[in-house]
Design a protein around this ligand. Sequence first.
Ligand code: XMP
Length: 517
Amino acid sequence: MRPPVAEWVAVLDFGSQYTQLIARRIREHHVYSEVLPHTTTAAELRARGARGIVLSGGPASCYEPGAPTLDPEIFRLGVPVLGICYGMQLMTRALGGEVRHSPEHEYGRTPIQIERRDPLFDGVPSRTTVWMSHGDRVMAIAAGFVPLARTAGCPVAAVRHQSLPLYGLQFHPEVSHTPEGGWMLRNFLVEVCGLGCSWTVGSTIELAVAEIRRRVGEHGRVVCGLSGGVDSAVVALLLDRAIGRRSTCIFVDNGLLRAGEREQVEQTFAQQFQLDFRVVDAAERFLERLRGVTDPEEKRRRIGHTFIEVFAEQARALPDVAFLAQGTLYPDVVESTAPHGGPTARIKSHHNVGGLPAELDFQLIEPLRMLFKDEVRRLGDELGLPPEITRRHPFPGPGLAVRCVGEVTPERLAALRAADAIVVEEMRQSGYHDRLWQAFAVLLPVRSVGVMGDRRTYESACVVRAVESEDGMTADWARLPYEVLARIATRIVNEVPGINRVTYDITSKPPGTIEWE
Ligand code: XMP
């Protein structure tokens, strides 16, 4: 389908972890952008009216058999193309140049010399730093191309065609470690593609609403899993705009929620927004299924299945529902599956990705699938969601179960919930809440000896986890003031029965993940 915007740029995905980041960076310059599979043909891109095409990086070597390739007609469309890393190598090879394995691998921040001035480098100093991550490189540029820049280990670090709007960069302009990368992308959009940069968050809402209407049609009905987090809340309001009461929101109380969560969600969606909102009390069923289970993936699997069961029962009770809407975000997708069949490794099976649709007879609607959290927050603001929802920290689908390391029992959950409420309260009090990506408590299956009021205690240890992150894909532990940590520790040990020790997690992601399971 042609996106209902006048100007947009396609990003063809060759399997890089950064592919969506490229699309997001382009959107930051107020140009709509979508990621498409690398198999998208020139004819499709023409029909969809793409005004620019970016070829992403990727883990393969373009000269190996079976490496992802592209329709070479794309280079003859007359539409500007920017090949990044693998994308540049693929373009070079497709147009007659040579790419080979390089003895000088370059990884990380690398000084670069821009040797030929070009609109792509307008406003960029001749010497700057770029982020490199490659083992192959261009050995001979294709006919008609000229080199634009070099690094110590890579004599062809940027190229352009002399008469066609074709560009290649060996480095990654989309990552923040390339300080001038934003300018280069802007130059590609404005100077090379000639775009007006007038797209806004409001246009995303229009696009999503139009797409929902197109998919659901005049009479279709949708059921929406509402968790109360910002993602599903935004989906619920988009559905409300698109099809009104033909959408029903179901909130499953799985007994794995945070303190006061159910009440807050009911208040917001049933009373304030007056959506068709239903609460299902399924806590007992979930806890029963989790009895005795300690393996993290098994917990996730059982929670996912139970969720499907509960959902299916509720949805079947509604007449003619053919669609299921979910608030899946891009980072959930990239860590659970490989988008567009690209070779991205699976890290955790996030419970709202995969699983559900295969077993349910629903078509899936995921309007946020290509967006990052902060983009969704901006959508939420625009849709009128209260800040308590849009600024809420992310909460995993499997809820407190993946923060209750070891067996999930009602008693352990109660202790974890109380400790978590203290962490969140103290973050709000100290003003740190809105500066952090997440702050929460984790209960460990470890007991330690303590002393309280001259009496020996032998109780559980808990962990406080607070991280800063832009999108949840990488994270750094928060350098909280000692006083804040001290207050949290004192309160938890004094107020929460069953916990006598508090530790602080100082692991970043990678190598850790944000959640413990
Ligand atoms: P990890 O632990 O993988 O988490 O570093 C990255 C971000 O994703 C959240 N998360 C989930 N979100 N369903 C979700 O919707 C899940 O199953 C899930 N597991 C983790 C996590 O809270 C963090 O923000």
